[in-house]
Design a protein around this ligand. Structure first.
Ligand code: APR
Ligand code: PHB
Length: 389
């Protein structure tokens, strides 16, 4: 049996970033990831970073490519009934956001992990957590057919929504809050120069659409679709036709039908599990909470959890502070619920549910109020750029 200080389950952005921060602090970690490194590095996810997230990545020493390749956006646009309204993030809050794909963040973190020499096991099967409520924890797993066992002080559950960590907490101790929305997003990635300078979140009679980008030569676009829809039902041509109908006239004529590099459907969900600690286990990122992607808060929340967990563990090891670990879950949840509120609000205001006539009027009234009220714009902008870490 081997020993380490912290076993990190999951090598998504949460697990990798925690590993990097703890490594810099001289705290030993072992990362256990179920998938292969190629699979983890190839996943396409969102790509808008709050300034707080950029600051943490800087602190972790993984921001050099982000600094040179990230696109700083001072504003974001809301499309409504064919017209567009710009929310001037910089003027309203003094802050901007950085467009830099989560796939790139993950690559930077994987490279840093490899360079640090700290151990990671990819394709670790049957990860199981033991002794979480005792005086020391153990983690067992199988790798290439060989059974392994590691003893540790703490386990960081960074294994996403479908991971083993949250399920290792007795159900009677967890309170779950959840909302599943009656629609999904069909996303398409393509190599073409984005005709828009800033992201456009568009509400239209045919449903929501989002015009985003990954780089000066790559776009990421989405259309709201039904939950039972399938990627196979959508040719690239059909996607672009529908996107053009929703995004508003100005850009409809500027969007060429380019072949997709990737196309996928994701359901929209709000989810929070409380508390985020059980004895020696700490949940972080998607393992504890999910936000719908409208507002791009998922990765940013994972980063604030990880910062707080890093600070809690540093407090424990460095200062022998007992309270730092106790503060972890309440500290995370305060910020998480605010991002949950904002993501739920953005989602509710921009997606179509034509059968709900009262809801439609409320959406219309909310958006008109947003466009007319400086106070409403400040509120939206301060949430979009990210509430303080
Ligand atoms: N054992 C080991 N690893 C596991 C297990 C398991 N039983 N179950 C899941 N994993 C791995 C997954 O393969 C994945 O690589 O845990 C990792 C979790 O990574 P993410 O799902 O990316 O979650 P997280 O790191 O919290 O990142 C949050 O990702 O989903 C987006 O919107 C979300 O942007 C946010 C970010
Ligand atoms: C993306 O570029 O994939 C993206 C951007 C903003 C969002 C969601 C997704 O709110």
């Amino acid at each position: 049996m081997t020993r380490t200080q912290v076993v990190i389950v999951g090598a998504g952005p949460a697990g990798l970033l925690l590993g990097q921060l703890l490594h810099k602090e001289g705290i030993d970690t072992l990362i256990l990831e179920r998938r292969s490194a190629e699979y983890v590095g190839g996943r396409i996810r969102a790509g808008v970073l709050e300034q707080g997230t950029v600051d943490v990545l800087e602190h972790a020493g993984v921001a050099s490519r982000l600094r040179s390749e990230g696109l700083v956006h001072d504003g974001v646009e809301i499309g409504f009934r064919g017209r567009r309204h710009r929310i001037d993030l910089k003027a309203l809050t003094g802050k901007a956001v950085t467009v830099y794909g989560q796939t790139e963040v993950t690559h930077d973190l994987m490279n840093a992990r490899a360079a640090s020499g700290a151990p990671s096991v990819y394709e670790a099967e049957d990860v199981a957590l033991h002794g979480l409520d005792g005086s020391s924890a153990r983690v067992t797993y199988t790798h290439r057919g060989v059974a392994h066992e590691v003893s540790c002080d703490f386990v960081a559950g960074c294994d996403g929504f479908h991971g083993v960590s949250r399920r290792s907490i007795p159900a009677s101790l967890l309170k779950i809050f959840e909302r599943v929305y009656p629609f999904g997003w069909l996303g398409l990635l393509a190599d073409v120069r984005p005709p828009w300078n800033e992201l456009i979140y568009a509400s239209s009679d045919r449903g929501f659409a989002l015009a985003s980008m990954r780089s000066p030569t790559r776009v990421r676009c989405y259309v709201q679709c039904s939950l039972d829809d399938r990627v196979e039902n959508w040719s690239d041509e059909q996607f672009w036709d529908e996107f053009r109908r929703r995004i508003g006239e100005e850009f409809a004529s500027q969007v060429p039908t380019v072949p997709s590099l990737e196309k996928s459907i994701a359901p929209l969900r709000s989810f929070v599990a409380e508390p985020m600690r059980y004895g020696r286990l700490f949940l972080a990122g998607d393992a504890a909470h999910i936000v719908p992607p409208t507002g791009a808060k998922g990765l940013n929340l994972a980063v604030s959890d990880v910062l707080y967990l890093y600070e809690a563990l540093r407090g424990h090891y460095r200062e022998r502070s007992a309270s730092s670990l106790d503060d972890y879950s309440p500290r995370c949840l305060r910020r998480i619920w605010r991002a949950e509120r904002f993501s739920w609000w953005m989602t509710s205001q921009l997606h179509s549910q034509p059968e709900d006539a009262f809801g439609l009027r409320m959406q219309q009234t909310e958006l008109e109020y947003l466009f007319d009220s400086h106070a409403a714009q400040i509120s939206m902008a301060e949430n979009y750029v990210g509430l303080p870490f």
